[in-house]
Design a protein around this ligand. Structure first.
Ligand code: NAP
Length: 221
């Protein structure tokens, strides 16, 4: 499976402010780029922190891109994946609407009632005892035919994917603002690395929306 992480950060590397609400870091040109990347993907994943903070729908917005997917025998929208150990995704979350198939990856720890609630709008994948075991979840997604996975955040999930060596490519829009705040989420949070840092090779630089998009390939560890 090819895993592409895509995110927008401020010039100081923040995904959001300390309030963890959704912030317009990029603009229309970048939204178009992200939409095209979504349309090329088999599935789009986020952590439950992003669902609770932003309630994203994770669909392709451009009708022509959806039509092209249908012409190629694909669903109009890619599948959606939420990484959510204890099933905290609200039953009315936008990501559970009927625009696409949704997989919620839970751990064995997820309460039975939460599983039952979510099973209405999503297919549940159980992987891991307490926290979602990402290697196992990714293996199951591959069995469901997902070859190209786009990850849209947030910082906790992105860090864990790097920790498990699952990221092939990182595309990051770096925008023209400073957000600051020691408690504001960054591109990769989690516990952080202290050695054996994943290393990247810079593949492309594009200017848009007053910022840059950096495309990095992740080197094997
Ligand atoms: P997140 O990465 O979306 O979700 C993290 C949660 O996922 C964890 O707290 C954990 O909750 C669950 N999880 C389950 N298994 C995991 C695993 N193996 N590794 C990591 N997480 C796992 O949340 P976040 O870091 O708080 O990010 C949300 C913030 O990022 C919001 O402020 C949002 O606005 C911002 N954001 C910005 C962008 C951007 O491009 N600028 C994109 C997305 C999000 P459980 O333990 O309950 O399972």
């Amino acid at each position: 499976m090819h895993v592409v992480v895509n995110a927008a950060v401020s010039a100081d590397g923040k995904l959001s402010s300390r309030r963890r609400d959704q912030i317009a870091i990029s603009g229309d040109e970048d939204f178009g780029r992200v939409d095209r990347l979504r349309a090329e993907s088999d599935a789009i994943a986020v952590g439950v922190g992003t669902v609770l903070a932003d309630d994203p729908r994770l669909t392709v917005k451009d009708e022509q891109l959806r039509a092209r997917r249908r012409e190629n025998g694909r669903s109009a929208n890619p599948a959606r994946v939420v990484v959510d150990s204890s099933g905290r995704t609200p039953a009315d979350a936008a990501v559970l609407d009927d625009a696409a198939t949704t997989y919620v990856c839970v751990s064995e720890n997820a309460p039975v009632e939460r599983r039952a609630d979510l099973a209405d709008g999503a297919e549940l994948i159980t992987a891991g005892e307490k926290r979602v075991d990402l290697l196992r979840a990714v293996a199951t997604l591959r069995e469901r035919g997902i070859e190209r996975l786009m990850v849209e955040g947030g910082g906790e999930l992105i860090f864990s994917l790097f920790e498990d060596g699952l990221v092939d490519e990182l595309r990051v829009f770096v925008g023209p603002q400073i957000i600051g705040g020691r408690d504001a989420p960054t591109l990769a949070d989690g516990d952080g690395f202290v050695a054996e840092f994943p290393t990247l090779e810079l593949a492309e630089i594009d200017r848009l929306d007053g910022g840059v998009v950096l495309t990095w390939r992740v080197e094997d560890r």
